[in-house]
Design a protein around this ligand. Structure first.
Ligand SMILES: [Fe+2]
Length: 292
C-alpha cells in the first residue's frame, strides 16, 4: 500500500545550509555565533549530558539557531523494542523547536540491551521491509510527524539480500510516509566501494521523497583487496561528491543541506568555508528559472 501522509509540516525553509553541532566545535560556535541557517543537534547528547559546559553551550546554541534533530541510537532495524523514553524526548524537542525535523538511519545498532557504536546494514529483503515499515510507523506515531531516513555507508552486503538499497528505501518511504535524508557522501562512497555508478544510484531515488541532504568527507584507506573509502567525517568534502550534490539539487530541489565534520575538526573558519560552498551551490540553483 502506498501511503499519502500529510507533507512534512512547514519546517526549515528550503535552500538552507547548516552545520552539525558536536563536542569539538561547540566552544567556537558558542563564542563566535557565526551566521548559519541551522545547526544539527543529536538528541542523544541531551540524554547523555545532564550538566556541564557542553550541555550549557548546546542549550544556548539550540535557542540561538534554528535546529534539526538527528539521531543515531534509534536502531530501527533491531528486534529490540523501541526506546519510548527517547522518543518522548524527541517529541518534546520537536514541540520546543517547531522548525525541526527528526531523522535517523536505515540501519540497526543494538542487540537486546547491547548498543554497538556503529550503524550496521540490514539484510535488504521483503521481510525486513515489512518490519521496517512497522517500526517507522511506530516512531512516527510516537513523535507525531514523519521521520526522515538517512542512507548509511556500509562495507558489507549480505548474500540473503534480495533488494537493492535504493529500491528498499523507495519502498520503505512510499509505504510508511517517511522521507529521505540523502547523505551524498555515503551514497558516493558505497557506490565507489562496490563498483556501482553513483549518479545512477542517486537518480533512482523517488523524486518526491527527498527532504534534506548531508555532505561530509570520507577517508581513503588501503585495504587488502584495494582502496576503500571510509565514512569518517574527518576531512573536506571530495570533489566528486560536490558534483553529485549539484546533480542532486537539480533532480530533487534545494533542500536543507548539512555539513558533517566531527573528526579532525579544523578551526571553525575552515568548516564555515565548506558551509559557504553549500550556500553557493544552493544560491546557484535557486537563481535558475526552473528550480524544482
Ligand atoms: Fe550523514
Amino acid at each position: 500500500m502506498i501511503r499519502t501522509l500529510s507533507p512534512l509540516p512547514t519546517r526549515l525553509p528550503r535552500a538552507t545550509a547548516g552545520l552539525n553541532l558536536c563536542h569539538e566545535n561547540a566552544e567556537a560556535l558558542w563564542r563566535e555565533r557565526p551566521p548559519l541557517d541551522f545547526l544539527q543537534v543529536h538528541p542523544e547528547h541531551l540524554l547523555a549530558e545532564v550538566g556541564g559546559t557542553y550541555r550549557d553551550q548546546l542549550d544556548d546554541l539550540r535557542r540561538a539557531y534554528p535546529i534539526t534533530l538527528h539521531g543515531f541510537g534509534l536502531s530501527l532495524g533491531s528486534c529490540a523494542p523501541l526506546d519510548h523514553d527517547y522518543l518522548a524526548l524527541v517529541r518534546r524537542l520537536l514541540q520546543e523547536h517547531p522548525e525541526a525535523v527528526f531523522s535517523d538511519h536505515v540501519s540497526w545498532s543494538s542487540l537486546s540491551h547491547h548498543h554497538f557504536h556503529d550503524l550496521l546494514p540490514l539484510v535488504l529483503s521483503e521481510e525486513t521491509l515489512d518490519y521496517m515499515v512497522e517500526r517507522v510507523e511506530q516512531v512516527q506515531e510516537a513523535i507525531g510527524q514523519p521521520l526522515l531516513l538517512e542512507n548509511i555507508s556500509s562495507y558489507t552486503r549480505y548474500r540473503q539480500s534480495t533488494l537493492g538499497e535504493v529500491d528498499f528505501i523507495n519502498a520503505l518511504t512510499a509505504r510508511s510516509g517517511a522521507f529521505v535524508l540523502l547523505d551524498l557522501n555515503n551514497l558516493w562512497a558505497n557506490a565507489i566501494n562496490f563498483g556501482d555508478d553513483p549518479e545512477t544510484e542517486l537518480l533512482s531515488y523517488r523524486r518526491d521523497s527527498v527532504r534534506g541532504f548531508h555532505l561530509a568527507g570520507c577517508t581513503r584507506e588501503q585495504g587488502d583487496a584495494g582502496d576503500v573509502y571510509i565514512d569518517y567525517h574527518g576531512e573536506a568534502v571530495h570533489e566528486p561528491v560536490w558534483e553529485l550534490y549539484r546533480t542532486a539539487l537539480r533532480a530533487f530541489g534545494p533542500w536543507p543541506t548539512l555539513l558533517e565534520w566531527e573528526n579532525n575538526v579544523p578551526p571553525l573558519q575552515r568548516t564555515l568555508q565548506e558551509v559557504g560552498r553549500i550556500r553557493s551551490c544552493l544560491d546557484a540553483l535557486t537563481a535558475m528559472p526552473s528550480t524544482p
